[in-house]
Design a binder for this molecule. Structure first.
Ligand SMILES: *Cc1c(COP(=O)(O)O)cnc(C)c1O
Length: 397
C-alpha cells in the first residue's frame, strides 16, 4: 500500500465524504509549489481554492504565526487584543471608512452581512435580499439560500425566507424583483464558482444608484476577489464603486482560517453588543497571519505583480485560444482568470494534474486559473506548456 492509499483508507472509514477527492495527499508546500505523499511535485495555479493567495507557507506568514503561537494564541472577544485592532485598521485603510467584524470563514462573513442587513432593515420592516444566479456565498443555511445554484440546496429545504435570485448583470431583473420589503442586493463583483463572470461597470453603477435611492445595502462578497487577486487590494476598486458591506475570507489570512465583514461608516454600528459573535473570530494568531499577509502584499509589490503577471498569463491563454478551436473565451481580471470551453473541462483538469499542474474546473466547462500573487513569468511559462499539452490530448474529439 502506498502512503496515499493508507491515508485514503482512513478517510473512507472516518471522514465524511462531503467532497469529491482527487486521490492525492499533499504533505508540503512552498510558494507556488506543492508536494504529495509520494514525493511528486506540483505547480499550484489554484492554491487551496485561492486561500494561499500569496503562495504556500509565505515566509512572512510563517514567521508571524510562529512568533504569535509562543505569545498568545486565543483570547475571548470580551477583551481587547491589539492585533485585532491593528488588522481592522489595516483593512479599513485599504477599503473605506467603517468597521470590521471578524469570523473564521467566507460563509460566516456572509452570514454576518446578511444579519447586519436584516438588523438594519428591521427599523423599516424590510428583510428581503436579492442575490444572483450562479453566485456562491457559502454552505450555512443562510448562505446556501443566498447562493444562486440549486445543487447546494437540494435536501436542505425548507430554506430561509426572504431571498430572491435573479440573473447576473441584469439591472432590470433586480428592479423587477424589488418590493417594499427589499433591504439589500448581494453579489460577487466577479463570480468565482459561477465561472469567472465579470460584472459590467454600468451594472454595478446602476445597483449602487438603486441602493442609494431606496436606502438599501449593496453587499459585495469579495471572499474570492479580495486581497489583490484582481490587481487591486479589493475588486470594488477596479470599478470605483464602494459597497455598503464587503465580505472577505479565503486569502485574507495567508492560509489560516479567517473571515471579515466590513461595514461602511453609515451602518457600522448596526450590530450592537450581544447581537452577533464568534468565539474564535479575530484571535491573535489569525490576525498576526493576516497582518503579515497585508505586509507581504504591500512590501513586495504584489498588486503590481498581479497586474503584470495577469496580463502576461492572459496573453498566453489568448494564444492557446487561437490554437484550440474548443476554447470559447478567456476572461477575468489580473490573476483571476477563466477559460471557457465548448467541451467538458474535467478531462483537461485531470490531464493537467497528471502533468503536475493544479488548476480547477467549475460549471463543467470553465477552467479556473488563480495562481498566487507571487507568480513569476517562468512559472507561467511552465504552466501554460502543461496546459497546452493537456488541451492537445482532447484535440479533435
Ligand atoms: C469560497 C467562497 C465562499 C465561502 O467561503 P467558506 O470559507 O468556504 O465558507 C463565499 N463566497 C465566495 C465568493 C467564495 O468564493
Amino acid at each position: 500500500m502506498t502512503k496515499t492509499e493508507m491515508i485514503a483508507e482512513k478517510y473512507n472509514k472516518y471522514v465524511m465524504a462531503t467532497y469529491g477527492r482527487d486521490g492525492i495527499a499533499f504533505v508540503k508546500g512552498k510558494g507556488i509549489k506543492l508536494w504529495d505523499a509520494e514525493g511528486r511535485e506540483y505547480l499550484d495555479f489554484f492554491p487551496g481554492w485561492a486561500v494561499s493567495g500569496i503562495g504556500h507557507c509565505h515566509p512572512k506568514v510563517v514567521a508571524a504565526v510562529r512568533k504569535q503561537a509562543g505569545i498568545l494564541i486565543h483570547v475571548s472577544n470580551n477583551y481587547y487584543n491589539e492585533l485585532q485592532a491593528d488588522l481592522a485598521e489595516k483593512i479599513i485603510s485599504h477599503a473605506f471608512p467603517g468597521k470590521v467584524f471578524f469570523a473564521n470563514s467566507g460563509a460566516e462573513a456572509n452570514e454576518c452581512a446578511i444579519k447586519l442587513a436584516r438588523k438594519y432593515g428591521s427599523q423599516t420592516k424590510r428583510y428581503e435580499i436579492i442575490t444572483m444566479e450562479k453566485s456562491f456565498h457559502g454552505r450555512t443555511m443562510a448562505t446556501i439560500t443566498a447562493t444562486g445554484q440549486d445543487k447546494v440546496k437540494h435536501g436542505f429545504e425548507p430554506l430561509l425566507e426572504g431571498f430572491k435570485t435573479v440573473p447576473y448583470n441584469d439591472l432590470n431583473a433586480v428592479k423587477n424583483a424589488l418590493t417594499d420589503k427589499t433591504i439589500a442586493v448581494m453579489l460577487e463583483p466577479i463570480q468565482g464558482e459561477g465561472g469567472i463572470n465579470m460584472a459590467d461597470k454600468s451594472y454595478l453603477e446602476g445597483l449602487k444608484k438603486l441602493c442609494s435611492e431606496k436606502d438599501m445595502l449593496l453587499i459585495f462578497d469579495e471572499v474570492q476577489t479580495g486581497m489583490g487577486r484582481t490587481g487591486e487590494m479589493f475588486c470594488f476598486k477596479n470599478y470605483g464603486i464602494q459597497p455598503d458591506i464587503m465580505t472577505l475570507a479565503k486569502s485574507l489570512g495567508g492560509g489560516v482560517p479567517i473571515g471579515a465583514t466590513v461595514a461602511s461608516a453609515r451602518i457600522q454600528d448596526t450590530l450592537t453588543a450581544g447581537t452577533h459573535a464568534s468565539t474564535f473570530g479575530g484571535s491573535p494568531i489569525v490576525c498576526a497571519a493576516a497582518l503579515a499577509t497585508f505586509q507581504a502584499i504591500e512590501e513586495d509589490g504584489l498588486l503590481e505583480n498581479a497586474k503584470n503577471m495577469g496580463a502576461y498569463l492572459k496573453k498566453k491563454l489568448e494564444a492557446l485560444k487561437k490554437e484550440f478551436s474548443f476554447i470559447k473565451e478567456i476572461r477575468g481580471a489580473a490573476l483571476m482568470l477563466g477559460v471557457e470551453l465548448s467541451v467538458d473541462g474535467k478531462k483537461i483538469f485531470n490531464e493537467c494534474i497528471k502533468r503536475g499542474l493544479m488548476i480547477n474546473c467549475t460549471q463543467g466547462n470553465i477552467l479556473r486559473i488563480v495562481p498566487p500573487l507571487t507568480v513569476r513569468k517562468s512559472d507561467i511559462n511552465k504552466a501554460v506548456k502543461i496546459l497546452k499539452e493537456s488541451l492537445a490530448t482532447i484535440q479533435g474529439q
